[in-house]
Write a protein that binds this ligand. Structure first.
Ligand code: KIV
Ligand code: ZN
Length: 387
């Protein structure tokens, strides 16, 4: 059997962009949409057209610009939202309307103050209305992570009968454990009539740091689309990180699954998103953080210098990073020091290395990171002393 292609639904420009301080202007959105298409995502969720005239215009322009990728617009299960999304997507080559409503008891009784019956009615009405504009309609069951599985199955059965092409199972609050989320997808696969005709999508938030693990559990149990963002940005603690799922699938699940992501663009696109949004990436972020391919302890550095794979499971070139870094700190050893001197064109003898190491370690105890200028200064000191 061939590998199952996992559709990558990027929501950087919608769930990511709604983060405080991350708002993008029209030109920034257009630039990033183009980059996302080059990166190889299957769906670009371009925005929430009813939310503001600016977002409407951005979705409309992205729709005209993007030629090969599905462009999606978000809406609530409200006719005005759906109509605005349809109008904004009018010029898209492959338009998708994403509509939905809360299905957990908390959303039904506390937020929407309605009943389960009314939720099904509104869900079906929204999908039917969206279908009057476009063929491709994705339905989200907001807070599906905390929704009773039997009720969720009933909602989905109804929206599939109404014409939904994709059913999105959001863990909106990042509540689920991977086993639970995987079991939820399995339950839906086994219990929802017609689900074999549609795409099942995972949309996981990271409140407990489990968004990526939950999305992976989702595909291992029958989902074939993952909704994610560059750098994992998104509401509160963020969404599933695109770069993480792309590399997990490539490196650990490649026998079963594949994506169309060009992994060499991951680092450059991550930097562009961070720059455009003014949202720095944490240094220890998997795949795209500054330290993802940096080695600072002597034990690790010695291993990596001898053979990169001792402490790196991914070749940095594969994700668009020039090289692994050997960072000199007070925890570094002689092997790293000699290696870094070699990088600046100085091949130390054993005696020179011993002298340099003494000076280096004294300086490293007071200065966090030793750079090339420090190395040059130490070299000048020891060559004067040796002479
Ligand atoms: O987290 C969520 O439930 C969402 C939906 C609007 C898809 O972002
Ligand atoms: Zn979300």
């Amino acid at each position: 059997m061939g590998k199952q292609e996992i559709q990558i639904f990027d929501t950087t420009l919608r769930d990511g962009e709604q983060v405080p301080g991350c708002k993008l202007d029209r030109d920034q959105k257009l630039r990033l949409a183009e980059r996302l298409e080059q990166l190889g995502v299957n769906v670009i969720e371009a925005g929430f057209p009813i939310s503001s005239p600016g977002d409407f215009a951005a979705v409309a322009e992205i729709s005209s610009l993007i030629q090969h990728t599905t462009v999606c617009g978000l809406s609530r299960a409200v006719e005005a939202d759906i109509k605005a999304a349809a109008e904004a997507l009018a010029t898209a080559k492959y338009p998708r309307i994403h509509t939905g409503i809360g299905t957990s008891d908390s959303h039904i009784y506390d937020k929407l103050q309605t009943t389960r019956e009314k939720i099904i009615e509104r869900a079906v009405g929204a999908v039917r209305y969206a279908k009057s504009f476009v063929e491709d309609v994705e339905f989200y069951a907001e807070d599906a992570g905390r929704t009773d599985n039997a009720f969720l199955a009933t909602v989905l059965e109804n929206v599939i009968a109404a014409g939904a092409t994709v059913v999105n199972i959001p863990d909106t609050t990042g509540y689920c454990l991977p086993e639970e989320y995987g079991a939820k997808i399995k339950y839906l696969v086994e219990n929802v009539k017609g689900i074999d005709r549609v795409t099942i999508s995972c949309h996981c938030h990271n409140d407990l740091g489990l968004a990526t693990a939950n999305s992976i559990a989702g595909i291992q149990n029958g989902a074939t689309q993952i909704e994610c963002t560059i750098n994992g940005i998104g509401e509160r603690a963020g969404n599933t990180s695109l770069e993480e799922v792309a590399m997990i699938i490539k490196h650990r699940l490649g026998d079963l699954f594949k994506t169309s992501i060009n992994s060499r663009m991951l680092n450059p696109v991550s930097r562009e998103v961070a720059h455009e949004m003014g949202m720095a990436v944490q240094a220890n972020k998997a795949i795209v953080g500054d330290n993802a391919f940096a080695h600072s302890s002597g034990i690790h550095q010695d291993g990596v210098i001898k053979c990169r794979a001792t402490y790196e499971i991914i070749d940095p070139h594969e994700v668009g990073v020039d090289k692994s870094l050997i960072v000199l700190t007070a925890r570094s050893g002689r092997a790293a020091l000699a290696y870094r001197y070699k990088e600046i064109g100085i091949n130390l003898t054993k005696r020179e290395l011993d002298s340099a190491y003494k000076e280096f370690i004294a300086l490293a105890d007071v200065k966090k990171i030793i750079d090339d200028t420090d190395l040059q200064m130490i070299w000048n000191n020891i060559t004067v002393a040796v002479a």
